[in-house]
Design a protein around this ligand. Structure first.
Ligand SMILES: *Cc1c(COP(=O)(O)O)cnc(C)c1O
Length: 446
């Protein structure tokens, strides 16, 4: 990777005054000047609606296997999906804290409670492993597309997959999802974990016979080492969180599921009923995939915002400067050290940032203290416990009301806000052990 020299960085500082605030670790709100209408944005796009449909169909084919291998998905017939819930007490509490009346409904999308791996990574991560498994099984004539995929839950398939391995680099949750799914299918699986990864996540993986390799360095290093390991072994498949189209597509399937849930709640999304979605962002694949799916579904009626820790604003930096993966937060003097382990990424995805650029409304940052405070507040008001990363979206509606007036005005949304809906994407937390939940909660009291 080419390093930024000091001259480049100082030129960037002249060009983008917001960099000063980013480096000072202030919370910022950034509106994307490159947003386009859906119609014009989609023309440049290298992935299409058909790609998303194809991913949906693949997940449907695998549903009988998922039910068989993970019985707690029985209630959804093997479809890995999370609840969408109203959080009226949290809304009141936010309104009183920030002295703002929040116009529109406030809902929480509980990917924290996705089955199998308890985070948004149960979408993309599991999808990519299933796709790889299907490809191998088809190539070796163990499977046809018409088969009942519950045959994957058999010794014959597990023996077959034991000849192959899967490798991934992760800050924790992607490792959990890839590790659990791959091991269940019978693959050898190795997870390269960054220094941010929590002990309990590593312990859980080891208990499932996953090889866990730990690094003192951050996420980018863990990914690099994973990539190296896979490069020397043809039977080894590398899940490339920095560039993977399959991960992205797995995440994007969320949109059609959400559409159904909104209809069940009798919530309209159209010209006069805007939808605002706030997505915690690490390397960008998860929030990027979900936002892309939502744009396909709701076009210009949905407004997506990314949320990052003040110590890891990598996607905001990449988008604002247009440099994407050619710049890291470290190069502008930020340390990438945050308790929001799922978001501790210093250099953004090139793939996700470029695809989402014409579609994203904006992005903001939030401090770790703020995340803990919101964590406690959500537990107190709604009895829902999340991990710190997953709270990054929670402050989005407040930020929009405080700093997004220009955006709302420009898109003719000010009057429509009252009829609108805000969805906070809660990206993880259900698998956090109870003693650690308690620790998190206590940090919110300080
Ligand atoms: C990974 C993760 C995200 C962000 O996904 P990226 O693809 O890294 O942008 C958000 N929240 C949690 C809890 C995560 O684990």
């Amino acid at each position: 990777m080419k390093k930024m020299d000091e001259k480049c960085v100082s030129d960037l500082r002249d060009q983008f005054p917001l960099l000063q605030q980013l480096t000072a670790l202030d919370e910022v709100f950034w509106v994307n000047p490159n947003i386009e209408t859906f119609q014009s944005g989609i023309k440049k796009c290298t992935i299409s609606e058909e790609d998303v449909r194809d991913a949906e169909k693949r997940l449907e084919r695998f549903a009988p296997y998922i039910v068989s291998a993970f019985p707690d998905t029985k209630s959804t017939n093997g479809i890995i999906e999370s609840p969408l819930v109203n959080i009226p007490s949290m809304k009141k509490s936010l309104e009183s804290d920030y002295q703002k009346s929040l116009r529109g409904e406030l809902l929480l999308k509980c990917d924290s409670h996705l089955p199998i791996s308890g985070s948004i990574k149960a979408r993309g991560g599991i999808y990519e492993v299933l796709k790889h498994a299907e490809k191998l099984a088809l190539q070796h004539k163990l499977l046809t597309l018409e088969d009942d995929y519950s045959i994957f839950d058999s010794d014959r398939f597990r023996d077959f997959f034991s000849r192959y391995s899967i490798v991934v680099g992760s800050t924790g949750n992607l490792g959990l999802s890839i590790g659990i799914m791959s091991a269940k299918l019978g693959f050898n699986v190795t997870v390269h974990m960054s220094s941010d990864a929590k002990e309990w996540k590593k312990d859980l993986l080891r208990s499932k016979n996953v090889n866990v390799i730990e690094y003192e360095a951050d996420y980018s290093k863990a990914v690099e080492e994973g990539r190296k390991q896979a490069a020397v072994d043809p039977s080894c498949y590398f899940v490339d969180d920095e560039n993977s189209k399959d991960l992205f597509l797995g995440y994007s399937v969320a949109a059609s599921r959400l559409d159904k849930q909104l209809k069940e709640l009798k919530i309209t999304v159209d010209e006069n009923h805007p939808l605002f979605v706030y997505l915690p962002c690490g390397v960008g694949g998860g929030p990027g995939g979900v936002a892309f799916g939502l744009k396909l579904m709701f076009r210009d009626h949905v407004h997506c915002f990314f949320a990052e820790p003040t110590h890891s604003p990598s996607m905001l930096l990449g988008l604002m400067t247009g440099l994407h993966d050619q710049i890291s937060v470290q190069e502008i003097g930020i340390d990438n050290k945050t308790d929001a382990d799922g978001l501790a990424v210093g250099r953004p995805s090139k793939f996700a940032g470029k695809i989402i650029e014409p579609f994203l409304s904006g992005s903001y940052t939030v401090s770790d203290n703020h995340l803990y405070k919101l964590l406690k507040q959500l537990a107190d008001t709604e009895d829902i416990y999340l991990e710190p990363s997953a709270l990054a979206g929670m402050i989005g509606p407040i930020k929009l009301h405080q700093s997004g007036m220009e955006y709302l005005q420009k898109h003719n949304l000010k009057e429509k806000l009252t009829n609108g809906t805000h969805i906070i994407w809660a990206t993880g937390g259900n698998m956090v052990p109870s003693n650690i939940k308690e620790e998190y909660y206590k940090k919110g009291e300080l």
